[in-house]
Ligand binder design. Structure first.
Ligand code: SAM
Ligand code: DTB
Ligand code: SF4
Length: 347
């Protein structure tokens, strides 16, 4: 297979044509691209924590944290650094290599930035990669977070430009592009993806992935979320997406952005193991690990350990400036690699 080109000029027709390939053909192509640039048996493992929950003024139709929807999520203030640190230590001990912190804000106020920066600095000090998702950034925010030791900033496009207006009315697509530019300019890595299963058409799913792939730089991390329908939100009763259509979205993302790590993100609790296995084959190379996403559930740690064992997957080791982080999520009783791949993850 020829080396996959890194392109930023994908047309809608090209992306739609990938979606329309026979399923096996699409997965074969996607897996080929995956193997060219990634270890197909390694999965990066991140743990999420909501450091500021609920009470959000925005109206994102999928979100349980919007104050205007009655979802039972109580508004809380920003967590203290010590409480976040305790959760980050536990995540590291359980095998996560990255700690992702989310805040239910439209965006941080200037006065929030020193507090979040202190949290980031402390988490980074544990030897974890750090990621934050705080909403739209203001002047100087990205640089201050970078200076505190932030590695990634998550800010999603969420859906295709032409479907966006049906999902969110309190901020524009363009606002998101501006925040993403600030993130890149500060030298932060970008985590940017979206949600499928919100009632969009396949054409609109293609539109989301086209928009992601045609950003000035491919995001280093591309989370593909399946909608978690939460009662009380406008999308609480959304029709579940065909699981094979979700796998197609992962595969197309893999082909469009060959160097990026595509994350099989929210929605795994609603997915069976066979669908997750197809997602890994199609090019997903990252998951959220730990019983909770931000406010909704995620598979149990034990279930994920068993899944990794059954699929012979091992956690991606992150060799950053702080050294190698060993993510021992597979089996705490044995300590040698049984994959023949030389990794130190338990088999
Ligand atoms: N408030 C910030 C913002 O919106 O940018 C950061 C946190 S927000 C919860 C981060 C992302 O979570 C959203 O952009 C969306 O992609 C995802 N998300 C939220 N609710 C979801 C749901 N019910 N199902 C799937 N993904 C969801
Ligand atoms: C992303 O793309 N998905 C994560 C993370 N980035 C912040 C959030 C998923 C949230 C699912 C709904 C909830 O738990 O509140
Ligand atoms: Fe607020 Fe973010 Fe939820 Fe939108 S997705 S309502 S901005 S917390």
């Amino acid at each position: 297979m020829p080396e996959a080109a890194i392109r930023h000029d994908w047309t809608r027709e090209e992306v739609a044509a990938l979606f329309a390939l026979p399923f096996n053909e699409l997965l074969h192509r996607a897996h080929g691209v995956h193997r060219q640039h990634h270890d197909p048996n390694a999965v990066q493992v991140s743990t999420l924590l909501s450091i500021k929950t609920g009470g959000c003024p925005e109206d994102c139709a999928y979100c349980p944290q919007a104050a205007r929807y009655d979802t039972g999520v109580a508004a809380q203030k920003l967590m203290d650094t010590d409480d976040v640190l305790q959760r980050a230590r536990a995540a590291k001990a359980a095998g996560a290599s990255r700690f992702c912190m989310g805040a239910a804000w439209r965006g941080p106020k200037d006065r929030d930035i020193p507090k979040v920066a202190a949290i980031v600095r402390a988490v980074k000090g544990l030897g974890l990669e750090t990621c934050a998702t705080l909403g739209l950034l203001g002047h100087g925010h990205a640089q201050a977070l970078k200076d505190a030791g932030l590695d990634y900033y998550n800010h999603n496009l969420d859906t295709a430009p032409e479907f966006y207006g049906e999902i969110i009315h309190t901020r524009e697509y363009q606002d998101r592009l501006v925040t993403l530019a600030q993130v890149r300019d500060a030298g932060l890595k970008t985590c940017c993806g979206g949600i499928v299963g919100m009632g969009e058409t396949r054409e609109q799913r293609a539109g989301l992935l086209q928009a992601l792939a045609n950003l000035p730089e491919h995001p280093q991390s591309v989370p593909i979320n399946q909608l978690v329908p939460v009662p009380g939100t406008p999308l609480g009763g959304a029709e579940p997406i065909d699981p094979f259509e979700f796998v197609r979205a992962i595969a197309v993302a893999r082909i469009l952005m060959p160097l990026s790590i595509v994350r099989l993100s929210a929605g795994r609790q609603q997915m069976d193991d066979a669908v997750q296995a197809l997602c890994f084959f199609a090019g997903a190379g990252s998951i959220f690990y730990g019983e909770k996403l931000l406010t909704t559930g995620n598979p149990d740690v034990e279930a994920d350990r068993a899944l990794f064992r059954r699929l012979d997957l091992h956690p991606l080791e992150v060799t950053a400036s702080m050294g190698t982080v060993h993510a021992d999520i597979v089996d705490s009783e044995t300590n040698s690699c049984g994959h023949g791949c030389g990794c130190s993850a338990a088999a």
